[in-house]
Design a protein around this ligand. Structure first.
Ligand code: FAD
Length: 284
């Protein structure tokens, strides 16, 4: 295909795939550049793997509470590696939907590589220069690490590193009570981790209506999750195999929360999950 195109899309996540296929179906000459694998966060490290874990956690919860459906409760053994393998298998079963061939069949020039925007009409990828009337930046977002003293030194997990593990933390402190933080909180609480969510806003999932938030809080609290809204994590330090977080609220009160670094299943590792997200990358 010529390097003169109508549209160059940088980033092959949900946004890039929809844009590229939509433009191609409208008869535009399109190139789509992705530096990792097509599918982006949603397929690899977001919606799909977390929803597979939600399904496993929900089934476990229902088995443990089967009496609600008139059945004898069961307490199946939780084996982190087999749950994580099952999640990866669910992802493998649907990854073909985002295969490069599918988009090439629409006439899209799918290019593997890291794109650089050179001007409003020129993109460079691995020495190849593409020119287009329209360039779409669909480069997604990445974890925003909050400015918490000691966090980098002590170490933490984010959604990506969490999903690469084959172990669940014995105890877990989640920074951020948005959708992703709350989803991880319920997943791991159901798998048996002791979970605390620290959120500096007054509530969790604040885009929802008040009655929805209240019900959500009740469910999560009933499941044993410690919700600390109106608190911010100020500092983290490691001490004798534990991670200790200092949290503060607006009244100037301060508290220390200790979490063990031991994970159920296998090797010891970090226990904090940082779920904050930044807005789209400004530079591809
Ligand atoms: C844990 C988690 C759970 C989620 N669950 C849900 C859910 O249940 N439902 C829902 O609707 N949403 C969910 N989301 C949100 C959803 O994943 C995102 O909204 C969606 O993935 C955003 O798509 P995107 O195309 O904008 O970005 P991304 O999916 O991040 O794609 C951007 C792509 O650009 C590529 N890229 C970046 N820079 C360059 C470059 N210079 N050159 C080439 N390629 C580049 C990246 O490799 C990446 O593949 C979840 C997110 C997370 C993190």
């Amino acid at each position: 295909m010529s390097d003169r195109l109508d549209v160059v899309v940088i980033g092959g996540g949900t946004a890039g795939l929809v844009t590229a296929s939509g433009c191609a179906r409208l008869g535009r000459r399109v190139a789509l550049i992705e530096r990792e694998a097509l599918g982006g966060d949603c397929l690899w490290t977001g919606c799909v793997p977390t929803k597979a874990l939600v399904a496993s956690a929900k089934l476990l919860h229902q088995m443990q509470n089967a009496a609600l459906w008139g059945l004898e409760p069961q307490r199946p053994r939780v084996t982190p590696k087999s749950i994580m393998d099952s999640m990866r298998e669910q992802r493998r079963l649907i990854e073909h939907h985002d295969a490069p061939e599918k988009f090439r069949a629409l006439g899209i020039d799918v290019i593997q590589g890291s794109a650089r925007l050179l001007s409003s009409s020129e993109v460079e990828v691995d020495g190849r220069h593409l020119f287009a009337k329209d360039i779409v930046l669909a480069t997604g977002s990445r974890t925003s690490v909050p400015p918490v003293e000691g966090l980098q030194e002590v170490g933490f997990l984010d959604h990506r590193t969490f999903l690469e593990q084959d172990a669940f933390p014995a105890s877990l402190l989640i920074l951020g009570g948005g959708y992703i933080g709350i989803e991880f909180a319920q997943i791991f609480a159901r798998f048996g981790s002791r979970v605390t969510v620290v959120e500096m806003l007054d509530d969790i999932c604040t885009k929802e209506d008040g009655d929805v938030i209240a019900r959500l809080r009740q469910i999560l609290t009933d499941e044993g999750i410690d919700l600390r809204t109106g608190w911010a994590v100020k500092a983290v330090r490691g001490e004798a195999g534990r991670k200790i977080a200092r949290i503060e609220n607006l009244n100037g009160e301060s508290e220390e929360l200790a979490r063990t670094s031991r994970v159920s299943g296998h090797a010891a590792t970090s226990t904090e999950a940082c779920s904050s997200r930044t807005s789209p990358r400004s530079k591809p």
